[in-house]
Structure formats: structure tokens, C-alpha cells
Design a protein around this ligand. Structure first.
Ligand SMILES: [Zn+2]
Length: 286
């Protein structure tokens, strides 16, 4: 009898730890040609309706009846045949632990590409006033640099710029759908301004395969896929952010290009198709 109770107890424990393990999964890997794109989830949870601009009661009723929607904060680590590339640096919470689980230490990161400089994208770059990536070259869109340098109140961003200044590369992103040269091999940069004045998205291309890492193009997939006209309070220019979102959604759905996003719930990657109401549907990777 005692043995049976113990067995049941053990099974329960296994089940519970299995569920907990599943909930705490912070990495996910997708191959793009010769590239390996890895999710590094910094935090996972829910977003609240009070960040939404332009969401009507009807929209909320259908897509987020409890006023909440899945959300996350992510960075991505891309391993190419010869480089280790970080796309954004998250909050700096689980970043290093997640990277280590993929066999990468901070001093092995060759390149860091930034979509923009909000705190949850540059948090891992500095700790206690020191640079966390001793060897990485940093790529930052010029309009993003100009914006954060324009006012001394942006102390945090200016600190990052100052500490990494010897390894900082400024560039102008291209226009989606037009010819662009590689920023670094296999990576093209495109303007998706609005969320911030220099918010930039990155198209990865390897062996005829593609993926778009779209940064903060969305913060509330549940609402912003069916209704791309819904903005968020974090957008510096909500109107421009809406235009960028519509343009990118049209492009990736027409061209069947998988996407990855910094605020998409696990696994943070998937494909986009159109619905029959002028909006979109997100299909997460399995
Ligand atoms: Zn942001």
C-alpha cells in the first residue's frame, strides 16, 4: 500500500515538474537556411488593455475578453556559419543564462544589432556601469541614434552609446520591398519607423530561406493581427507605427516570410496569413 502511495506521489511530482518545465521554457530554435535563429525569452506573461490605443469594446470582447492578452519580452540569438549575432539585448534578466544554455558566452558574441533603444532592448548591454559584451560590434540605425542623442533626459541610451562608442556602427535602413545591400552578410535592415523614430526590422536570408525579425512592430498580437490599426502607448508616433505595421504585414503575408518578434508570446516566431476581414492571422511555429 505504502509503495503505491509513494508511486502516486512520485508520478504527481513528475507531472507537476513537467508542467513547470514546459512553462519555463525560454528558448526555441528555427533554422533559416544555414542560420540558426534562437529565441531568448526574457520574460513571459500578459499585457494589459491600458497600453492599447484605438481598441474598441467590440474588439476587446472578441479578442481579449478579460482585458488581457499574451505578451513577452524577447531577444534573438542568430548563429551563422561564422558569426554569433544578438538581435537586441533584452532586459538583461535571463539573457546570459539563456545564451549559456545554447553554448554561448557574452564574449563570444561578435555582433549586436539593435531594432531600437527602448530599455527592454538594451538592458543586457550594461551592468553596474560596465559593458557586458567585450568584443561585440554594435549596429544602430542612424535615426535611432539621432533621436536618443537629441535630449539629455535619455541618459540610459546615451550611456550605452558612450560605453560602446568605439565599436558602434551607424547606418541608414532601406525600404521594405526595394533593393537593399546587406548590413552584415545575410542581414538586411529596413525602416519600420513609428514605434520609435528609428525603429528598424531585419530580414535574414540564407540558402533561399528567409525570416524577418520585426522588433516591436507589435505588442499585442491578439489585437494587432486582426486589427493592425490598434496602437500602443509605447509608440512614440502611433500613426507612423500603424502605417509601418500595415506595410510589413502585407509584405510578409504576400511573400510567405516567417517572422519573429520581441513581444510575441512563446515561441515568438510564426507565419502570417490574411483573414477575410482585412486583418491577419498569426500561426505560431510548432
Ligand atoms: Zn519598444
Amino acid at each position: 500500500m505504502g509503495n503505491r502511495v509513494n508511486l502516486a506521489f512520485l508520478l504527481c511530482l513528475l507531472l507537476i515538474s513537467g508542467v513547470m518545465f514546459a512553462q519555463e521554457k525560454n528558448t526555441f530554435t528555427w533554422r533559416v537556411g544555414q542560420f540558426e535563429v534562437n529565441l531568448l525569452a526574457e520574460s513571459q506573461g500578459e499585457g494589459n488593455q491600458n497600453i492599447l490605443i484605438g481598441a474598441t469594446p467590440d474588439m476587446m470582447k472578441e479578442w481579449a475578453p478579460e482585458g488581457k492578452f499574451p505578451n513577452a519580452m524577447n531577444a534573438f540569438l542568430v548563429k551563422t556559419p561564422d558569426k554569433v549575432i544578438l538581435v537586441d539585448a533584452g532586459l538583461g534578466n535571463k539573457l546570459f543564462e539563456n545564451m549559456r544554455s545554447l553554448g554561448v558566452e557574452a564574449d563570444q558574441v561578435d555582433i549586436i544589432i539593435l531594432t531600437h533603444m527602448h530599455g527592454d532592448h538594451i538592458g543586457g548591454l550594461i551592468k553596474d556601469g560596465k559593458v557586458m559584451f567585450p568584443k561585440a560590434e554594435i549596429y544602430l540605425p542612424q535615426p535611432e541614434y539621432d533621436y536618443w542623442m537629441s535630449d539629455s533626459k535619455f541618459e540610459r541610451q546615451q550611456n550605452v552609446i558612450r560605453l560602446y562608442k568605439d565599436r558602434l556602427h551607424l547606418f541608414m535602413p532601406g525600404k521594405l520591398g526595394q533593393q537593399a545591400s546587406d548590413l552584415i552578410p545575410g542581414f538586411k535592415a529596413y525602416a519600420a519607423y513609428g514605434h520609435t523614430p528609428g525603429h528598424t526590422i531585419y530580414m535574414l536570408e540564407s540558402a533561399n530561406d528567409r525570416m524577418l525579425i520585426w522588433g516591436d512592430l507589435t505588442h499585442a498580437m491578439a489585437l494587432q493581427m486582426p486589427y493592425p490599426q490598434v496602437a500602443v502607448t509605447y509608440d512614440v508616433n502611433p500613426g507612423d507605427a500603424i502605417e509601418s505595421r500595415k506595410q510589413v504585414l502585407k509584405y510578409v503575408s504576400e511573400n510567405n516570410i516567417p517572422i519573429a518578434g520581441m513581444h510575441i508570446a512563446y515561441p515568438a516566431m510564426g507565419k502570417i496569413s490574411v483573414n477575410n476581414k482585412g486583418g491577419y492571422i498569426f500561426h505560431p511555429m510548432q
